[in-house]
Design a protein around this ligand. Structure first.
Ligand code: NAG
Ligand code: NAG
Ligand code: NAG
Ligand code: NAG
Length: 294
């Protein structure tokens, strides 16, 4: 076989080079779902994006869904510049309607996601119809309920919405016998909006990107604004992209991978430290073998 090697190499090599470099490295990870662009650190494909956001987004019939332990939410927007996602839960109360019966998802994240994802600090959660026995009201003397305005948004103003017409039955008493009908909190304060555990009938969530005072509760945006943080390896990703690669990760070992269009690198597409996944021995192992013999 050795005498034929130069010919084999001569024939195969150009083909391989074409496969490896392609024409300008197509980004194999960016995708679109409905009218939303799904790009780093997110992905709807295994092995693409940042592993901190794996198994999070799913594109179902052109609707982008965000899935965590409390349930699935529709993604309304991904704001890459401000690093935030806007989510919608159809069973969330708004200014126009109160949804009770504990049907809403609330919002609870897997603990391992906490370093990467958290509701934005200026997002207010308004818990509706919680029982007097709710953990929310335990351990607080009546005058020091945990209910707070968050970034100028809270239940006092929310009560002014058409949904509450003609107003709440109980705004909370200083005697502690009956809690307020609505209690607003930041996510930070309770870490998990679990309607079952908190014994609440429903919830609303709002954020405001515009100056507040003008509009009042009908001008708030109802939805969950979640801030994300790209984990430390941003330098890895920048270096990968600078060499024409697409940032991804090893779906088994979860380590960073730079996807170079036909081959993967643990650093970037200019360096030779190729990774050949055992499940995917394609042309690359041939390159290695040929190059090795050569
Ligand atoms: C995306 O589509 C939704 C409806 O599917 C629409 O409400 C929204 O305005 C669209 N967003 C943009 C930026 O086009
Ligand atoms: C490169 O990594 C991606 C993501 O893990 C994987 O889907 C792909 O099969 C790998 N390609 C090769 C040639 O190993
Ligand atoms: C919410 O709380 C209930 C009761 O404590 C628990 O069974 C359930 O697993 C919790 N749900 C989530 C998503 O954490
Ligand atoms: C929340 O804001 C409203 C309106 O600005 C105000 O009346 C109310 O006292 C505030 N509540 C708390 C708990 O700070």
């Amino acid at each position: 076989m050795f005498p034929f090697l130069p010919i084999t190499v001569a024939v195969i090599f150009p083909t391989l080079m074409a496969l490896v470099s392609g024409d300008g490295h197509v980004n194999t990870c960016r995708s679109y779902c409905g009218n939303l662009t799904v790009d780093y650190p997110f992905s709807v494909r295994l092995g693409c994006g940042n592993p901190g956001f794996r198994d999070l987004l799913f594109c179902v019939n052109d609707v982008l869904m965000f899935h965590v332990i409390s349930g699935s939410y529709r993604v309304i927007e991904i704001d890459y510049a401000y690093q935030a996602l806007t989510l919608h839960d159809p069973h969330m109360s708004t200014c126009d309607s109160i949804v009770s019966g504990g049907k809403g998802n609330g919002f609870v994240l897997e603990p391992w996601r906490a370093p990467y994802l958290n509701p934005a600090p200026d997002n207010v959660f308004m818990l509706i119809g919680c029982t007097a026995q709710s953990p929310l009201f335990q351990g607080f003397p009546a005058k020091h309920l945990p209910c707070r305005n968050v970034s100028g948004m809270g239940c006092e103003e929310y009560y002014g919405c058409p949904a509450w017409d003609p107003g709440p039955k109980r705004v909370g008493s200083a005697h502690g016998a009956s809690p307020p009908e609505c209690c607003s909190v930041s996510f930070e304060a309770i870490r998990a909006i679990n309607l079952t555990r908190l014994e609440c009938e429903g919830y609303s969530s709002a954020y405001s990107l515009a100056p507040l005072k003008v509009a009042g509760p009908s001008g708030w945006s109802y939805g969950i604004r979640v801030a994300y943080t790209v984990p430390q390896n941003n330098a890895f990703c920048r270096s990968c992209e600078a060499t024409g690669g697409t940032c991804g990760y090893d779906s088994v070992a979860a380590g960073d991978l730079c996807l170079c269009g036909g081959w993967n690198s643990t650093s970037n597409c200019d360096s030779g430290d190729k990774i050949v996944s055992s499940s995917n021995r394609g042309p690359l192992s041939l390159v290695d073998r040929v190059a090795g013999i050569w």
